[in-house]
Design a protein around this ligand. Structure first.
Ligand SMILES: [Zn+2]
Length: 461
């Protein structure tokens, strides 16, 4: 392990040691404080997918200077700067760090929400959410959008990650859900709205706390005027609005009100989206001046439930236990000891055959799909959600691997309006880079075991 100026590049075998060291050094040294020249590190030899969708670049050279990418080229054409540390990526695919556009840091796969919401809020800010963030980062997720958690905890976790105090992806936080009425016992992270003035006031409170996005749920139970007030006030503050879309009227009201991004592949076991909704989506997609309509299908868990129920070995994977106290792990484990008995999933086998049709309807209607997972819901762990979603798109739904990867790299950065900073591998962007042995365009599931994770120039794996 070496430290030069403000740049830290950690090369250690143990994952825990690497993280601890990266945390300590990033925290102690800070970014941009050092006067010494920035350390230069070069990834040499791998096949580069830059995020733009074109042909991958063989024998790639990626020069990282401090937090940023300084140059991208090929062996023999772009020289390795003298004195640079060289990391071989021979035999690997090198690609932008992944995004997960739908995570819940405050939950870790426990099957009993009322119990979790009663028991663990005191641990959210300093134990649970940091553990989830660390697990995502180790899985190659360098940016993530959290859609529903207590306000103070959300901002605190995001800001500590950004300061380098704790490890995690760059987080985009919604804070509490905005909805008609919070379910009893969930008031900490669900805010009800009563009338348009209240709707605007709640959104202003979120904006004042510096959230990155507003999350709507159950908007079918709100008046259209209330939904419009939420969206309008959010947009006035430059905040995108993301909406739950499990029920037809959630989609209709959301589209009319101007929601930017919808979540889930919904409508339960119904065979398809109704024609009027498809027509609304088509018209919205066609309106170029408003940019793409984003959609995060969070579809993997619905396809894989029956497999998981019958082959539950992955529930024993220590990767999802990283950073969690043993008592919490034990509690989660007992709650999912009988995957076949969870009421949450009883209807899933009946929903599964409808998913392909709905996914195709959405794509055909022109939405831009984003990779997101609902990571943290029952049996769905931050250590493995994201690659499983990519795998489902490619190997179950037939999406080509490059399109799927762009749904987890380039497009999310556009959706969150940070495509000038991240989402692709090119000079001037933050060095959010992962590398994995083998060809991920041929075998997308290789992403389940990333070899190198670099976020803002710091190596975590
Ligand atoms: Zn969710």
């Amino acid at each position: 392990m070496r430290v030069n100026g403000d740049y830290v590049w950690v090369r250690v075998v143990s994952r825990t040691l690497a993280l601890g060291a990266a945390m300590a050094l990033a925290g102690a040294v800070g970014f941009g404080q050092g006067r010494a020249p920035k350390k230069v590190t070069v990834l040499v030899g791998g096949t580069l997918i830059d995020g733009y969708g074109g042909r991958p670049i063989r024998n790639a050279v990626v020069v990282v200077e401090g937090e940023k990418i300084a140059a991208v080229g090929q062996v023999g054409q772009l020289a390795v700067p003298a004195g640079a540390e060289v990391i071989s990526t021979e035999g690997m695919t090198v690609l932008p760090g992944l995004w997960d556009m739908h995570v819940h840091l405050m939950i870790n796969g426990h099957s009993d929400y009322p119990h979790w919401d009663k028991t663990y809020p005191p641990l959210f800010e300093n134990v649970i959410m940091p553990a989830s963030a660390k697990q995502l980062l180790l899985a190659g997720v360098t940016s993530a959008r959290d859609l529903g958690a207590p306000l103070k905890d959300s901002i605190s976790v995001r800001d500590r990650i950004n300061k380098g105090i704790i490890p995690g992806p760059t987080m985009y936080m919604s804070g509490p859900f905005i909805q008609h009425r919070p379910y009893p016992g969930t008031e900490l992270f669900r805010w009800g709205v009563e009338g348009t003035e209240d709707a605007r006031a709640k959104v202003r409170k979120l904006a004042d706390a510096r959230v990155d996005v507003v999350k709507l749920i159950d908007q079918d139970q709100m008046t259209l005027e209330e939904v419009k007030a939420v969206v309008d006030e959010a947009h006035k503050h430059g905040l995108p609005v993301v909406a739950h879309s499990h029920r037809p009227e959630e989609i209709r009201k959301g589209i009319v009100a101007g929601v930017d991004c919808f979540e889930h592949t919904g409508l339960s076991s119904a065979p398809e989206y109704p024609a009027d909704i498809v027509q609304m989506i088509r018209e919205r997609s066609a309106d170029m001046s408003r940019g793409p309509l984003w959609w995060t299908p969070t579809i993997e868990g619905l396809f894989n439930y029956e497999y998981l129920r019958d082959n539950p070995e992955q529930l024993d994977d220590p990767a999802w236990q990283e950073g969690l106290p043993p008592e919490v792990v034990a509690d989660i484990r007992q709650s999912i000891a009988h995957p076949d008995r969870l009421s949450y999933f009883q209807l899933t086998p009946q929903r599964r055959p409808t998913l392909r049709r709905k996914f195709e309807q959405l794509r055909e209607a022109g939405v831009v799909m984003l990779v997101g997972t609902d990571s943290g819901i029952p049996m769905k762990f931050h250590s493995s959600s994201t690659w499983r979603e990519l795998d489902a798109w490619v190997n179950i739904l037939g999406v080509d691997a490059m399109t799927a990867i762009r749904g987890a790299t380039y497009w999310p950065s556009v959706a969150m309006k940070v495509d000038d900073k991240v989402g692709t591998i090119e000079p001037g962007k933050f060095a959010d880079i992962i590398a994995v042995k083998g060809d991920v365009l041929r075998h997308i599931a290789l992403l389940q075991r990333v070899d190198i994770v670099v976020k803002h120039g710091v190596r975590y794996r």
